[in-house]
Ligand binder design. Structure first.
Ligand SMILES: Nc1ncnc2c1ncn2[C@@H]1O[C@H](COP(=O)(O)OP(=O)(O)O)[C@@H](O)[C@H]1O
Ligand SMILES: [Mg+2]
Length: 248
């Protein structure tokens, strides 16, 4: 059930502290239905921690997260997944000892117990990923990029309304990266809203409708990709004070 509101995800003032490190501090942003939103920020900015809070992998110290008008903060990852959120990991983790097809069947069991339906959905997704010929290959024997695609397929097999992707092209060749960009655009065309963490500028710029930037746990920019990458605060976060003050 959808509320029909334009806003799919609403993050309001979430924070997380690890010992002496304030990993995320009062982070707020919204994600519109059908949008591809890029999350940028230097290493250690708090991006993965923010993802983990949204996906329910770590609890929020404070703040609130709503998906489709329902509170998901404080709920367990499998509840958050059933509510319509799926994710991929910075280090891809398909299930080893299972074929590509089986990996996709497992995901679909979140939404259906119908075996025939989950098998046909797995095959449709393998086709979507351009991996039909690898259906019976064990995930352990796939290339790193193929494993990434299986992980994407497994996330899609849960029929999410929102997909979170953490550094999808890490370790990919430039050519593979462009294949992934086209796939993610097609994912959005399937009606899935996308929040993506990515370091590779070419990927973020070519893919995102809007980007937000974090630094030291806080949001420092929110806007169109081309505008945000010109902002002083963003350049300082990435390259340091000197770079910007020198008028570079
Ligand atoms: N499980 C954890 N335990 C302790 N510190 C953590 C943990 N996860 C993240 N941190 C710290 O929180 C900060 C933000 O990390 P992270 O969210 O991984 O940033 P990013 O994904 O932007 O690189 C870093 O200083 C990191 O060392
Ligand atoms: Mg990270």
């Amino acid at each position: 059930m959808s509320t029909g509101s334009d806003i799919l995800l609403s993050v309001r003032g979430i924070s997380k502290r690890y010992g002496g490190v304030q990993a995320v501090k009062g982070l707020s942003f919204q994600l519109r239905r059908g949008e591809i939103l890029g999350l940028l920020g230097p290493n250690g900015a708090g991006k993965t921690t923010a993802f983990n809070m949204i996906a329910g992998f770590v609890g929020v110290d404070e703040g609130e997260i709503e998906l489709d008008g329902r509170r998901i903060s404080g709920r367990k990852p499998w509840d958050v997944c059933a509510a319509g959120l799926a994710r991929t990991f910075q280090l891809s983790k398909p299930f080893g000892g299972m074929t590509a097809r089986e990996n996709l069947v497992v995901g679909s069991l979140v939404k259906t117990r119908d075996r025939a339906r989950s098998l046909s959905k797995a095959d449709e997704l393998l086709d979507f990923l351009g991996m039909s010929t690898l259906a019976s290959t064990d995930a352990d024997n796939l290339t790193a990029f193929e494993r990434r695609k299986v992980e994407l397929g497994r996330a899609l097999s849960t029929e999410p309304s929102l997909l979170l992707m953490d550094e999808v092209v890490a370790g990919a060749t430039p050519q593979e990266a462009m294949v992934m960009v086209e796939l993610i655009k097609k994912v959005r065309d399937r009606g899935v809203t996308v929040l993506i963490i990515e370091h590779v500028m070419k990927v973020i710029m070519g893919l995102s409708d809007r980007v937000i930037v974090m630094n030291l746990g806080e949001l420092i920019a929110d806007g169109l990709p081309a505008d945000v990458v010109r902002q002083d605060a963003v350049l300082k976060a990435y390259f340091g004070e000197d770079y910007v003050d020198a008028g570079a």
